[in-house]
Design a protein around this ligand. Structure first.
Ligand SMILES: O=C(O)CCC(=O)C(=O)O
Ligand SMILES: [Fe+2]
Length: 218
């Protein structure tokens, strides 16, 4: 199905849209309310709904200013579109909004003792609608393959389900994430569990996820 890769900026102006818009300034709350959910095999997730305020404003900003990449990938004998747009910010590259620096620093302050190192990079994914997705995987391109680590994800825009299941199969957990929510996947989560953002037939708006990782974890 044809689809343009042009950014989808939320329309403004009508009373309904204004009332749905989170008018708060872009900022972060405290991390004190984080709640840990143990998974099996030494994996866990920490959750904090609504960590970021002004999530709609940050969504519009990121959709507009980030140089999004549309990737193609070999799938057996065919080349197909990767069903989301992405942009990876390495440790030395300026992030596209100062609240991302603040989030990285706050996460480092809270987790560095347990993690043993700071969060440094920001990977961004842009899910334009329900057809965009990420298939089951662990973040195992880097050190997450061999060692315990953490991947912290801040989500803005429409809530999409983040599904988690033990690697090799088992019951999955489904967490709706958007609107400034934070999840931190920790312990053995990248090695012993997989995660995915499934496609949905629901009429959902755009979502951007911001994944903070330590250096060498992808
Ligand atoms: O969008 C998300 O919340 C997950 C993205 C993800 O798993 C990844 O980029 O590795
Ligand atoms: Fe991932």
């Amino acid at each position: 199905m044809a689809r343009t890769a042009a950014p989808v900026a939320p329309a403004a102006g009508t009373a309904l849209q204004t009332s749905l818009f989170d008018a708060d300034p872009v900022g972060l709350g405290p991390l004190d309310g984080v709640h840990r959910v143990p998974l099996s095999r030494g994996a866990w997730v920490d959750l904090l709904p609504g960590w970021l305020t002004g999530a709609d404003a940050l969504l519009s900003h990121l959709v507009e200013v980030v140089p999004w990449h549309a990737e193609r990938r070999q799938m057996y004998e065919r080349e197909v579109d990767v069903p989301r747009l992405t942009k990876f910010y390495g440790a030395s590259e300026p992030f596209p909004h100062p609240v991302l620096d603040a989030a990285r620093d706050a996460l480092t302050e809270r987790y560095a003792a347990e993690l043993g190192e700071p969060f440094t990079t920001a990977g961004l994914c842009y899910y334009r609608d329900g057809r965009d997705s990420v298939a089951w995987h662990g973040d195992r391109i880097g050190r997450g393959r061999d060692v315990d680590t953490m991947v912290a994800i801040l989500s803005v825009g429409a809530a999409r389900t983040l599904a988690l299941r033990p690697r090799g199969g088992g019951d999955s957990r489904r967490l709706p994430l958007g609107h400034g929510d934070l999840i931190v996947m920790g312990g053995s989560c990248q090695r012993t569990w997989d995660h995915a953002i499934p496609k949905t037939a629901r009429d959902v708006g755009p979502r951007v996820s911001i994944q903070f990782r330590p250096t060498g974890v992808r």
